[in-house]
Design a protein around this ligand. Structure first.
Ligand code: HEM
Length: 293
């Protein structure tokens, strides 16, 4: 039976690794992708294909496009596409490291690895960003999550569209703000996660309030904190039945609608941004029949 990759709807895992690849010049990825299908169950190993890979295979998916760049109001939002993304999810970092090495070897005939990000859960009960604010509270649940994240369109049913950005926090800058300003940055109180009615228009949850868009812009967020050496931040991930809801939120965050930019930009900025098509699974294997594979 065809279904969405189960990792999309499950809570975030204890540890994870995001790995990106480009297609080698002139490589025929078909045989390698067939091998990947058997290894990517969509739960422990979730896969997303970028526009460059789908078009290299001579195929087209209406919803799949390139991540938009934005520049303005002192903010740069980069677009850093790649051919393939793997989200390795697990409980044990050592196991993920070894799984990653095996997948690198499997992909080596056609793909070159371009990036690795190690991510983790902060406070498993509340799933917090490194600033201490709970992340994911307003995610749709149950049938609403399925409706927001999974496509029902004939031909690609069970697919999802993943927007992903690596954000780097300036924790010193954030920690230097008085607590009230920190709470107003998000629009929620850190101590009890209550939404603040008196938060300014720039507050993150006011910018992104999903019901406030026309049409409503619901996504399923599965973001995870990351760190490398002394650097840290959030790997923001949003799954949608298309990219439209995410893009509407991002446009409002960067001030395209009204010149008001999201207060988050005062202490964090995106280093990357990419869109991927996450195909369905069939019998715990990636189903690339849409691509005639
Ligand atoms: C460093 C980057 C980010 C951080 C630390 C962050 C953190 C948070 C936190 C703490 C909340 C409040 C609790 C919740 O409902 O989850 C939230 C809400 C939300 N965020 Fe973010 N976020 C980030 C980037 C983004 C981006 C790039 C988008 C989309 C373009 C986004 C979309 C949303 C949405 C849709 C909500 C729920 C709004 C609502 O309907 O109330 N976030 N975020």
């Amino acid at each position: 039976m065809t279904a969405c990759q189960p990792g999309i709807l499950k809570p975030i895992p204890a540890v994870a690794r995001y790995v990106t690849y480009t297609l080698q010049p002139g490589a025929d990825a078909r045989a390698t992708l067939r091998k990947l299908c058997a290894q990517a169950d969509g739960e422990r190993t979730l896969a997303g294909l970028g526009l460059s890979l789908v078009t290299a295979l001579g195929r087209h998916i209406d919803e799949l496009r390139a991540f938009p760049e934005f520049s303005g109001f002192g903010i740069d939002v980069p677009s850093t596409p790649s051919a393939l993304l793997l989200w390795l999810r697990g409980e044990d970092r050592g196991e993920i490291v070894n799984r990653h090495r095996a997948l690198d070897d499997l992909l080596a005939p056609a793909f070159t690895r371009t990036g690795v990000i190690d991510a983790f859960t902060f406070d498993g009960r509340h799933r917090r960003d490194l600033t201490g604010y709970e992340d994911g509270t307003e995610n749709p649940k149950g049938g609403k999550a399925v409706a927001a994240a999974i496509s029902k369109r004939k031909g690609i049913a069970g697919s999802s569209f993943l927007a992903i950005q690596q954000w780097e926090h300036d924790m010193h800058r954030f920690e230097a703000m008085p607590r009230r300003e920190q709470d107003h940055t998000f629009g929620r109180r850190r101590s009890d996660n209550v939404e603040l009615d008196d938060a300014p228009e720039s507050a993150h949850v006011k910018r992104t309030a999903q019901e406030s868009f026309d049409p409503e812009a619901f996504v399923v967020r599965r973001s995870m904190p990351w760190s490398e050496g002394a650097r840290c931040g959030l790997v923001f991930t949003a799954f949608g039945s298309t990219f439209d809801a995410f893009e509407a939120q991002l446009r409002r965050m960067v001030g395209v609608e009204d010149g008001v930019t999201d207060a988050l930009f005062r202490f964090t900025r995106p280093l990357s941004g990419a869109y991927y098509w996450c195909p369905p699974v069939n019998n715990k294997k990636l189903d690339l029949s849409t691509l005639k594979l």
